[in-house]
Design a protein around this ligand. Structure first.
Ligand code: BGC
Length: 364
């Protein structure tokens, strides 16, 4: 895996050489030069997924430190005005590159514009800002993430031999473009089954701001409305999945109803080991952080590298230079891979009651 990525990165980045972006007035031309490189990062929150604080912050910091580049990594804690204030402060404090995970495209766009007007180069990290002006977008293939979730649910339902299952969707935040892409992915697998009347769609709700507590309330309502008959939950990430599992537990349905997830969080993996969650999607955040850091460091030095790929911004119509990494499906059989990759530690995953489940899953 790692080797594959390095090869890709090497091809993508070397092919471009080090074309300096001169005079294209996109903000990058002023990023390098005399200014000392400093990279600002704004993470979105620390509750919608454990990843932002446990993985992204750590891997980004390691990459900047290894390159000897100054960085300032902050978290907006799901507050749009904090998000904007942090951006203003970073710009005032002289960052040469600003990397954001937007809370919605509106504020994201305003922040990117402001940075650009101050000659600060920008990167959309993980989430594309629709109508935005970032010089790069670094993420995973998010439709592929959704496709793995849809296929995972189909596999888990087949394993349980459920006929004509009633499915509930717990989608991500409607303000996150990734949530749209995840849904496109799982719809591509599940819609043909609904159309063929092989499956029934019992519920389809977005979870505002990926809020886990709201997800539990929403799922409780879905279950009540369906008269208790929900056979599978397409949940867009591990946090939302855990919310559904908590409600299923109250109704003694956990383990009987497959639930999907994403992010390979320690909690999600524990739910898989316990048999309460069907699968998760592992996104090797280290690769995402390394790719974004390499581009940011290049921009800070006044270089604009070719990523060899673009993504169309459906709102702005722009072809945004992009790096899109491959996600991987995780089931009970390969939870071990996430530990072997160093993403979750055995100590954290296999604490207390999970020690035996870890041993059974070959995690030692
Ligand atoms: C990310 C997911 C994360 C979700 C909630 C999405 O944009 O791609 O990894 O679970 O946001 O934070």
């Amino acid at each position: 895996m790692r080797k594959g990525f390095l090869t890709f990165a090497a091809v993508g980045l070397l092919a471009a050489g080090s074309m300096a972006a001169c005079g294209d007035n996109d903000g990058s031309d002023q990023a390098g030069g005399a200014k000392k490189p400093k990279i600002g990062v704004i993470l979105p929150d620390s509750k919608s997924s454990a990843r932002w604080e446990t993985a992204d912050r750590k891997f980004l910091k390691e990459a900047f430190d290894a390159a000897g580049v100054d960085s300032d990594i902050q978290n907006a804690q799901n507050d749009k005005s904090v998000f904007q204030t942090l951006a203003d402060q970073m710009i005032t404090n002289g960052v040469t590159v600003l990397m954001i995970v937007n809370l919605d495209s509106g504020t994201g766009k305003a922040v990117l514009e402001r940075a650009k007007s101050q000659g600060v180069a920008t990167i959309d990290y993980d989430r594309l800002t629709l109508g935005g002006s970032a010089l790069y977008y670094v993420s995973f293939d998010n439709e592929a993430v959704g496709k793995l979730q849809g296929e995972g649910l189909v596999k888990c339902l087949a394993d349980k031999g459920v006929k004509n299952p009633a499915i509930a969707y717990l989608n991500g935040s409607p303000t996150d473009n990734n949530a749209t892409l995840f849904k496109n992915g799982y719809d591509s697998v599940l819609k043909p089954k609904f159309d063929a009347k092989e499956y029934t769609k019992a519920a389809d709700d977005d979870v505002p701001e990926w809020d886990n507590a709201q997800a539990a309330t929403i799922f409780e309502q879905q279950l009540t409305k369906a008269g208790g008959k929900i056979d599978g939950v397409l949940s867009a990430n591990d946090g939302l999945g855990n919310a559904a599992i908590s409600v299923l537990k109250k109704n003694k349905l956990n383990g009987k109803v497959p639930v999907t997830g994403q992010d390979a969080t320690a909690q999600g993996l524990q739910n898989i080991l316990a048999g309460d969650q069907c699968m998760t999607v592992y996104k090797a955040v280290k690769k995402e952080a390394d790719a974004a850091a390499a581009l940011a460091i290049g921009l800070a030095k006044g270089e604009k590298k070719d990523t060899g790929q673009t993504v169309k911004d459906p709102e702005g119509g722009r072809d945004v230079p992009a790096v899109l990494l491959e996600p991987k499906a995780i089931y009970k059989e390969n939870v071990k891979d996430v530990v072997d990759d160093g993403y979750v530690t055995k100590d954290e995953l296999c604490a207390g009651a999970y020690a035996k489940l870890c041993a059974d899953a070959g995690i030692s």
